[in-house]
Design a protein around this ligand. Structure first.
Ligand SMILES: Cc1cc2nc3c(=O)[nH]c(=O)nc-3n(C[C@H](O)[C@H](O)[C@H](O)COP(=O)(O)OP(=O)(O)OC[C@H]3O[C@@H](n4cnc5c(N)ncnc54)[C@H](O)[C@@H]3O)c2cc1C
Length: 468
């Protein structure tokens, strides 16, 4: 018997009183939309999907769910890649899509206060009108929500220079599972007052509370950027070049890796912007520099080109006009979808100290050969973050459902040996939790579980996520 309560007719009526009928969804066809995110092909149907407009409504809903012990899954745009927003225990999904106002842009203090359901790219475009910049830009920025980004501590190409979401969050309003509404910190650039609850909620994957307001710091918008596409004959050499660039004192605003297959599939998928691709090219680095004046950027590009000479680089493509830059970034941003369009897949989000990227790519390919799977690798090389997409292709269902886990375990043990970890930006969610003990000791996992118990003693909020 389930340890969780049943959603009775009376409970549904209470939700309708709080939200109005329209925002309490029971139609199975509509609920199917809430049964999955962008993670593989997993599906779990919720019993209800609720679309509140205010933190107070969420508070009332959570009080009822606490009273009756009903599982609750918070949801942003559902673009997650670790199954965090999938309602694995059924129950109620709380979707934040209606909480989509940017509440205040404060150019004097360079900060923005926003609701969680704002699309990340829209937030970036709005602050840009004030010449301000919010740099974190996951490749899904055109569809994911800023609340989901905070809950996942998302990254993206520009994290290499500007950091990930955690580096931009100043303060959060959160509704706790018992219905209490709290602020985690202050709208200040410094804060040494009590525990750092703000950073505890960043990356907590909807397991500790529902984030209802977000205060982000901003910086002046750097108007100039140049993008380079550098081809390499050997994947390993491309990876070796990554740390060499930083060791020479350069600070690119993006440094992305794409193995040949990733770029080829992106070009096919995007259906435009085909690039000349030498048969011997095995991989590319997409490198960007940004700043407030063009001349120093050209100097940086020259220095980068000189460094890459030592790594057997081919002819480097330089994009310094908007059209060419957009074409290159368009291809990069389509890689994930392009790879997935070909086959059932599993996406891994390995990250190592960046000087160990050559060893990581060697291990990925070696384990692939041993277990007989094909992988397409790409990702944020500047951060040491490599996305490993394993394609099902002709592999048997049996291997896919059982044998592959053994291969992944072997890969993650190698990642750990290199000083890395199993997720750089996609989170643990539902699909990676079995591997958590590879990177954390029992004492470390117990410490985290105890934190969960303090905030959510009834285990109603996003149950069965993160912990094995
Ligand atoms: C094509 C593609 C490219 C991607 N590229 C990147 C990338 O470059 N970098 C990167 O980091 N990620 C990337 N992602 C992954 C994904 O977009 C991010 O994890 C994103 O932050 C998820 O946001 P979302 O609004 O879709 O959240 P969802 O998927 O809806 O939810 C994600 C998690 O956050 C929780 N959650 C959502 N909203 C709240 C809230 N208000 N309060 C509490 N918890 C909440 C959910 O319960 C869940 O655990 C990509 C995904 C796709 C499909």
């Amino acid at each position: 018997m389930s340890e969780y309560g049943v959603i009775s007719k009376e409970i549904i009526e209470q939700f309708i009183l709080i939200l109005e009928e329209e925002w309490v969804e029971r139609d199975p066809e509509v609920l199917a939309r809430y049964s999955h995110d962008e993670t593989e092909d997993l599906r779990f149907l919720p019993e209800l999907a609720l679309s509140p407009r205010t933190p107070e409504q969420i508070s009332e809903i959570l009080r009822i769910c606490s009273e009756h012990r009903i599982p609750v899954t918070p949801r942003g745009a559902g673009t997650g890649l670790s199954g965090g927003a999938i309602p694995v225990r059924g129950g109620v999904v709380i979707s934040t899509w209606r909480m989509n106002d940017i509440l205040e842009i404060d150019p004097h203090n360079m900060m923005v206060i926003t609701e969680p359901g704002v699309i990340t790219q829209e937030l970036q475009e709005e602050v840009r009108k004030f010449n301000l910049y919010y740099p974190p830009d996951p490749a899904s920025k055109g569809s994911c929500f800023i609340g989901g980004n905070v809950a996942e501590n998302s990254g993206g190409p520009r994290a290499v220079k500007y950091g990930v979401v955690k580096d931009w969050v100043l303060n959060l309003e959160v509704v706790l599972p018992n219905g209490d509404i709290i602020w985690t910190g202050a709208n200040t650039l410094k804060n040494s007052t009590g525990y750092n609850l703000t950073q505890l909620f960043v990356g907590s994957e909807g397991t500790l509370g529902i984030i209802t307001k977000i205060v982000l710091r901003l910086i002046p918008y750097p108007p100039h950027r140049i993008t380079l596409l550098a081809p390499f004959r050997q994947m390993r050499k491309a990876m070796e070049a990554v740390s060499a660039i930083f060791m020479k004192g350069l600070n690119p605003s993006a440094l992305e890796f794409m193995e040949r297959d990733a770029l080829v599939r992106a070009m096919e998928f995007a259906g435009r912007g085909a690039l000349p691709l030498d048969e011997k090219t095995q991989a590319h680095l997409l490198i960007e520099v940004d700043g407030f004046k063009m001349d120093p950027l050209y100097e940086d590009c020259e220095k980068i080109s000189e460094i890459l000479e030592d790594f057997d680089v081919g002819e480097i493509l330089i994009a310094d006009n908007e059209k060419d830059k957009a074409a290159l970034w368009h291809l990069r941003s389509r890689v994930a979808e392009a790879v997935k369009a070909h086959s059932v897949y599993k996406e891994e989000d390995t990250v190592v100290p960046r000087a160990y990227l050559p060893q990581l790519i060697d291990k990925v390919k070696e384990i692939g050969r041993k277990y007989g799977f094909q992988s397409v690798c790409y990702g944020h090389a500047g951060d040491g973050n490599l996305h490993v997409n394993i394609l099902k292709g002709d592999l048997s269902d049996r291997f896919w459902n059982e044998g592959l886990n053994e291969a992944l375990r072997e890969l993650f043990i190698e990642v750990r040996k290199l000083g890395g970890t199993i997720s750089g930006e996609h989170g643990i969610g539902w699909v990676q939790k079995a591997f958590l003990p590879i990177v954390f000791s029992p004492a470390e996992i117990t410490a985290m579980k105890n934190i969960k118990k303090i905030f959510d003693p009834l285990n109603i909020l996003n149950p069965d996520k993160i912990f094995p």
